[in-house]
Design a protein around this ligand. Structure first.
Ligand SMILES: Cc1cc2nc3c(=O)[nH]c(=O)nc-3n(C[C@H](O)[C@H](O)[C@H](O)COP(=O)(O)OP(=O)(O)OC[C@H]3O[C@@H](n4cnc5c(N)ncnc54)[C@H](O)[C@@H]3O)c2cc1C
Length: 353
């Protein structure tokens, strides 16, 4: 449910001052590093540029893809339409920890900005790749914290009406790697800015065991938010492949939430199956464990495969095709389904135009 309309405006400015690139490589715009091309490509730095671009008659009927850092997509071919890199910049401190961040701000740099300005609340989300505009798309989360915990509202451009709508936390329907922008409003909005409520009480969340382990190794028993951020950064660097070295989009699948009764059946056969309680009826099972047990961890097929240390991460060793990685993901889904009766949902946005 949309909670407010900020602007109602129809553009009649059809002359474009920004550069539109034709047949442009998207390799630098996806962390899988896959070299497909977009028929048309533009970078927008303001809402007025965005309005002008979308009103351009040449583009009205074309499919459109809006991108931040490209760290949660799998391109499956050349994009037969217009790709728009959202590059709106700016961080505004509205007082009392209320911070409005424009969509094109790099998420991790914003986390560092918040720490350097004495704020806490998002230190556990350090080093998540991508831009702030995409953060609400899947309610980014890591190490016991999710975006929704600090989220206040966002402004989004409604493509059909050309209005800017404001969504509060409730209207985003955040879930585990979910929001309305990934389902009922998929493709309908461009997120322009995100407003978060940060704190300056120095309180940190170290409930995720591995953070405490690293802090203990460092002799820190009362960690400051910056120290938690540094611990998270070192854990992530030791566990996850760096997309600059091996193309990937982080976790390819979500951890499935299954009925406790189903889990008990699996446990009869696999006594070591890990789980995390969700509620009285359901538990979450690590997708990485299921994929590993199904025999996929470290499997390499020519120039792509499943990462050797992290079964949840599919990788491009160089020159892979998106369709091949997608087929691998589907094969993994099928074999986990056959072995455990569990459907693995893809977390990465698969782009087919
Ligand atoms: C190594 C690695 C580790 C990761 N770890 C985590 C993690 O711990 N937790 C986590 O939650 N995620 C993680 N991710 C996934 C990813 O970083 C996040 O989902 C991030 O928020 C994506 O941001 P982006 O700007 O790169 O989005 P993109 O990949 O550019 O876009 C993702 C989706 O959002 C849409 N989109 C992007 N910007 C906008 C906008 N302004 N308006 C409307 N739609 C938009 C795109 O069309 C696409 O469908 C990881 C990825 C990698 C590569």
């Amino acid at each position: 449910m949309v909670i407010g309309f900020l602007v109602s405006y129809k553009s009649n400015l059809l002359s474009l001052s920004m550069r539109i690139l034709e047949n442009h490589s998207l390799q630098a715009y996806n962390t899988f590093g896959i070299d497909y091309k977009a028929d048309f490509f533009a970078v927008v730095k303001s809402v007025s540029e965005l309005r002008k671009l979308l009103a351009e008659p040449e583009f009205l009927r074309l499919p459109k893809l809006f991108l931040g850092g490209g760290s949660n997509i799998l391109l499956c071919g050349d994009y037969k339409g217009l790709v728009v890199h959202i590059d709106l910049k700016g961080i505004a401190d509205l007082g009392n920890g209320l911070i409005k961040v424009q969509a094109g701000e790099n998420w991790h740099e914003f986390v560092l900005w918040s720490l350097n300005h004495g704020y806490n609340g998002i230190e556990n989300l350090s080093l998540i790749p991508g831009n702030t505009g995409a953060a609400p798309m899947q309610n980014i989360g890591a190490y016991g914290v999710e975006l929704k915990e600090v989220f206040v509202e966002l402004e989004a451009f409604h493509i059909a009406s050309e209005e800017i709508h404001v969504f509060d936390r409730e209207s985003c329907h955040f879930g585990y790697r979910e929001s309305v922008f990934k389902n009922i409003h998929k493709g309908a909005y461009i997120i322009l800015s995100v407003t978060l409520q940060l704190r300056n009480d120095g309180l940190v969340n170290t409930t995720y065991g591995v953070i405490t382990e690293v802090l203990n190794q460092r002799g820190i028993d009362k960690p400051a938010p910056k120290e938690v951020s540094e611990a998270v950064i070192s854990i992530r660097q030791s566990k996850l492949p760096d997309p600059k070295e091996i193309g990937n989009s982080g976790s390819f699948f979500k951890n499935p939430v299954i009925l406790r009764a189903t889990f008990e059946e699996i446990k009869k056969q696999y006594a070591d199956v890990p789980s995390y309680p969700v509620n009285g009826r359901e538990v979450k099972v690590p997708a990485a464990w299921l994929i590993e047990k199904a025999g996929w961890k470290g499997k390499r097929i020519e120039n792509y495969g499943v990462h050797e240390k992290q079964a949840l991460v599919l990788v491009n060793y160089g020159g892979a095709k998106g369709e091949d990685i997608y087929k691998l993901a589907q094969d993994i889904q099928s074999s986990v389904k056959v072995r455990f009766g569990i459907h693995l949902q893809m977390e990465v946005n698969v782009i087919v135009s």
